[in-house]
Ligand binder design. Structure first.
Ligand code: ABT
Ligand code: MG
Length: 151
């Protein structure tokens, strides 16, 4: 399993508004992952529709796009061994009411339409989402590795 696996994580407008940015960044750092990209943006409608294009035929799509564009989102790329699947485990189930306590959604949310945070669901999604949200010059190319870090 490679140490430089990367995943795309976004703290959604509800997570930012509720002051959870520091808590969430801290959880990924304490797990042992490395932050290789970070920015705060209010996503355009185009960006939101592209990000969620797999759901474009679903009844909740327009509400989802309105929600994601309603305020600042903190977009991040995290790197480390098993980061894609582990971030999904740390985030919890889509519906916060079904997420186990100890997960981010399980600890901080109650509403499926405002579930605090997004994480890529596969290697293909991670690649697509990182390219959609970040220019390559906005990402660290080479992480300085210390023998004391799990990266
Ligand atoms: P994301 O990380 O946002 O992609 O969520 P997750 O992968 O856990 O779940 P999916 B199925 O991708 O949901 C995308 C967003 O759509 C919302 N949603 C989903 C609803 O509002 N109603 C539904 O019935 C379903 C299935 C939840 C997710 N985002 N928000 N906010
Ligand atoms: Mg999803």
């Amino acid at each position: 399993m490679s140490n430089d696996e990367r995943t795309f994580i976004a703290i959604k407008p509800d997570g930012v508004a509720r002051g959870l940015v520091g808590e969430i960044i801290s959880r990924f750092q304490r797990k042992g992952y490395t932050l290789v990209g970070l920015k705060q943006v209010v996503p355009s409608k185009d960006l939101a529709e592209s990000h969620y294009e797999e759901h474009k035929e679903r009844p909740f799509f327009s509400g989802l796009v309105s929600f994601i564009t309603s305020g600042p989102v903190v977009a991040m790329v995290w790197e480390g061994k098993g980061s894609i699947a582990m971030a999904r485990a740390m985030i919890g189930a889509t519906n916060p009411l079904a997420s186990a306590p100890g997960t981010i959604r399980g600890d901080f949310g109650v509403d499926v339409g405002r579930n605090i945070i997004h994480g890529s669901d596969s290697a293909d999604s991670a690649k697509r989402e990182i390219a959609l949200w970040f220019k390559s010059c906005e990402l660290l190319t080479e992480v300085v590795r210390s023998s004391n870090l799990y990266v």
